[in-house]
Design a protein around this ligand. Structure first.
Ligand code: DOR
Ligand code: ZN
Length: 442
């Protein structure tokens, strides 16, 4: 599924002299990549030919198109915050070729018709492949299971009530047990915060929340929910994914569960890898999100967990909101930060630059592994002949400042004003350019 074909698109493109970084093959070398008819035709030194469109990539990285497990594209229902078109344009500019769209739309993505509608809108926009996430419970109400069977038939592989935790162990048990019965791998992704401990909470509970006079969301809310989720997963043998981990104790629980063979994966966001609750001292609503950013120890544990593979993927939790919504007083402002246009540069600047992650691992956590979790088999590499040409070309040295205009309708970036290194120059979706010279083509 690649969106509308463009008559003017060259059938053969040669990416010449880029540093190909491909976690699936382990390849990290300077070479050429030839794209023909939407697929990778060859990887290796090219002589080039008259009708090929040659893009000089000297000094640039050539990586599999990035894959985001967690984005709120808001359509249908909240088009004033984002549309599938504006969200996937932001994604393409961030180097993404595949995005999982969360189910908290209006109507909720809890049945097959909405899944088809979201996918059709994405195909029409032609900027990214969108994988709709199905709701676990009807209307996200946390009471009874949604039409999971018909959504699996419609191609859904990940279910989540993200925004809310699955409220009871019994419901989670039913969802995981049901998920396990399908002939394909179906993943239950939980927003793990115990609802009874976070009600009314605005930020991480700690010294900073006390001095700012804001109600806290304690780290224990996540610890309790993660421990429960892991126990229920062990009991059922279903496939669990944990959304946006934020605390050191949760990382420890996942590490131990993995070593016990519990079928769990986990993600972390760029903002949880960078910010702490101290950064909220300015009452910046762009730093309000659920779960909240926490202490420096928590942040460092998330970094270590991502580096050692306890945390499998970086996911954006791209959560656009309208300007006037985010300009409300802190306790009335909705939680969330946009992230699709900055995630890669944040990882390169804040983690790869200082040596927390090596480049191959960083690319793996942003593409190959999330593709596997999402069941997006065409994405995330390998960069090998015959594979669909979903690729990004990145200038790793380009420095830029995060500031509007954004392609996203949201302006609510936690990273506003931050200086980052690493810019997406080209993105290819099935060999078709969605970003060229740093600009979206559609
Ligand atoms: O910060 C958040 N924003 N966390 C969530 O879980 C939901 C999201 C949203 O939909 O805005
Ligand atoms: Zn979310």
């Amino acid at each position: 599924m690649t969106g509308p074909a463009r008559d003017d698109a060259p059938r053969t493109v040669v990416l010449r002299g880029g540093r190909v970084v491909d976690p699936r093959t382990g390849r990290d070398e300077v070479t050429d990549v030839r794209i023909e008819d939407g697929r990778i035709a060859s990887v290796g030194t090219e002589r080039g030919d008259a009708d090929a469109h040659v893009i000089e990539c000297g000094g640039a990285l050539v990586v599999p198109g990035l894959v985001d497990l967690h984005a709120h594209l808001r359509e249908p229902g909240f088009e004033h915050k984002e549309t599938i078109e504006t969200g996937t344009r932001a994604a393409a500019l961030g180097g993404y070729t595949a995005v999982a769209a969360m189910a908290n739309t209006q109507p909720v993505a809890d049945h097959a018709a909405i899944v088809h509608e979201i996918r059709d809108l994405a195909v029409a926009a032609g900027l990214c492949e969108v994988f709709p996430v199905g709701a676990i419970t009807k209307g996200l109400a946390g009471e009874s299971l949604a039409e999971m069977g018909e959504m699996v038939d419609a191609g859904v592989r990940v279910f989540s009530d993200d925004g809310n935790a699955v409220p009871t162990a019994r419901l989670l048990r039913n969802a995981l047990t049901y998920a396990k019965a399908f002939p394909v791998e179906v993943v239950i992704a939980d927003h793990a915060e115990d609802p009874s401990l976070v009600e009314g909470g605005q930020m991480h509970e700690g010294l900073a929340s006390a001095s700012l006079g804001l109600t806290g969301r304690p780290a224990e809310a996540e610890e309790i929910a993660v421990a429960r989720d892991l126990a229920v997963t062990r009991m059922t043998g279903g496939r669990l994914h944990l959304c946006h981990l934020s605390s050191a104790r949760a990382v420890d629980l996942v590490r131990r569960a993995k070593s016990d063979g519990v079928p769990v994966t986990a993600e972390v966001t760029p903002h949880h890898l960078v910010f702490t609750d101290d950064d909220l001292r300015t009452y910046d609503t762009n730093l309000k999100m659920n779960p909240p950013v926490r202490s420096a120890e928590d942040r460092d544990a998330l970094r270590a967990g991502l580096a050692d593979g306890t945390i499998d993927a970086v996911a954006t939790d791209h959560a656009p909101h309208a300007v006037e919504e985010k300009e409300a007083e802190f306790d009335r402002s909705p939680p969330g930060t946009i992230g699709l246009e900055t995630a890669l540069a944040v990882v390169l600047t804040e983690l790869v630059g200082p040596g927390v992650l090596d480049l191959l691992t960083a690319v793996e956590r942003l593409s190959a592994t999330p593709a596997r979790i999402l069941g997006a088999t065409d994405h995330g590499g390998p960069i090998e002949p015959g594979r669909p040409a979903h690729l990004a070309v990145i200038d790793p040295g380009a420095a830029w400042t995060v500031e509007p205009p954004f392609a996203s309708r949201g302006r609510n970036s936690a990273f506003l004003g931050r200086r980052l290194r690493g810019r997406v120059v080209h993105t290819f979706l099935s060999g078709r350019s969605t970003v060229s010279d740093g600009k979206a083509t559609a």
